[in-house]
Design a protein around this ligand. Structure first.
Ligand SMILES: C[S@@+](CC[C@H](N)C(=O)[O-])C[C@H]1O[C@@H](n2cnc3c(N)ncnc32)[C@H](O)[C@@H]1O
Length: 292
């Protein structure tokens, strides 16, 4: 489904005031709203409303709502077909911290601090530099799950730049299988795995589904992370159930706030228990475990 991002910029205080009003006004439509810092020095924050359906009507409602808040900002539009939305270029963005992780490009090596788990990423065409709320949410949750459960193997399904597979191998030197349906992604992933010195632990493979030969005789996995989209995650719930070990964990992301319950329900129907959810920038990351 195509969504459109309606957006405008304002100061942090105004953005927070507007966000608080708009969230209530638009939540019945299931249209997420997010506030992102664009330029800290100049105090520029951007408010985005992700709407679908009749966009002219959505924009008119947004304009009315802003006008009644005495905030008549110019509204921009960006159409976000699902595929572009998740794979849009992240080049030029700043390094990001998530938990102990510091994800950065080659120009930002000097910003590493003691205690960081640094991941250097040349994103190229593959999504995943840690800047997106879903990637950052997965990084945070993986750190917690690995500390609590000490998995002895893992699968990163939809690896993109391999940022999550590298994170796993840096947290614990376990074998990590990193798969993607897109050969361009796996190529970038393999280069990043090498760059981060974890090629002994992370195997990158282009695979369209669990029936790919790489899965035969492999698994079940102690930990599966999949940052794809709600639709495919719901579709593959039965296969995920078959490939995660009893007592293991699933970390799922690429899910909008409003899609949260549908994804949890699909996995509960496959015998999973919902453990916790992290919210970031209008997206959620969900931790599930096979029910005991
Ligand atoms: C949102 S990106 C996530 C990349 C990275 N794991 C991260 O967290 O930043 C999703 C990736 O999943 C891949 N993908 C989508 N559906 C998939 C599927 N069913 N199996 C494997 N990969 C998939 C896409 O090609 C894309 O590279």
């Amino acid at each position: 489904m195509t969504q459109t991002r309606l957006h405008f910029t304002t100061s942090k205080d105004e953005a927070e005031r507007i966000f608080a009003s708009l969230e209530t006004a638009f939540e019945d439509d299931g249209w997420p709203i997010a506030v992102l810092e664009v330029d800290e020095d100049r105090d520029i924050h951007e408010v985005s409303l992700y709407a679908d359906g009749d966009i002219d009507a959505a924009e008119a409602r947004l304009r009315d709502a802003l006008s009644s808040l005495s905030a008549d900002q110019a509204i921009g539009r960006e159409e976000l077909p699902d595929i572009d939305w998740v794979s849009r270029s992240l080049e030029g963005l700043q390094p990001v911290r998530a938990g102990r992780f510091f994800v950065h490009g080659s120009h930002d090596r000097a910003e590493r601090r003691d205690g960081d788990i640094a991941i250097e990423i040349e994103a190229g065409l593959a999504f995943g530099t840690g800047h997106h709320g879903t990637t950052a949410g997965c990084l945070e949750m993986l750190e917690q799950v690995v500390a609590a459960e000490q998995p002895d193997n893992a699968l990163d399904l939809g690896t993109g730049s391999a940022v999550l597979a590298i994170a796993l191998a840096k947290l614990s030197p376990i074998p990590v299988l990193a798969t993607d349906i897109d050969p361009a992604a796996t190529e970038v992933a393999a280069a990043n795995v090498k760059l981060n010195g974890v090629a002994d632990h992370v195997e990158t493979v282009t695979a369209t589904g669990f029936d790919h030969p790489v899965f035969s005789g492999r698994g079940p996995f102690a930990l599966i992370v999949a940052n794809i989209l709600a639709g495919p995650l719901i579709e593959i719930a039965p296969q995920m159930a078959a490939h995660v070990r009893p007592g293991g964990s699933l970390v799922l992301s690429g899910i909008l706030d409003r899609q949260h319950d549908a994804v949890v329900e699909a996995y509960v129907a496959q015998g999973f228990a919902h453990i916790t959810t992290l919210h970031r920038e209008g997206w959620v990351t969900i931790h599930l475990k096979p029910a005991a």
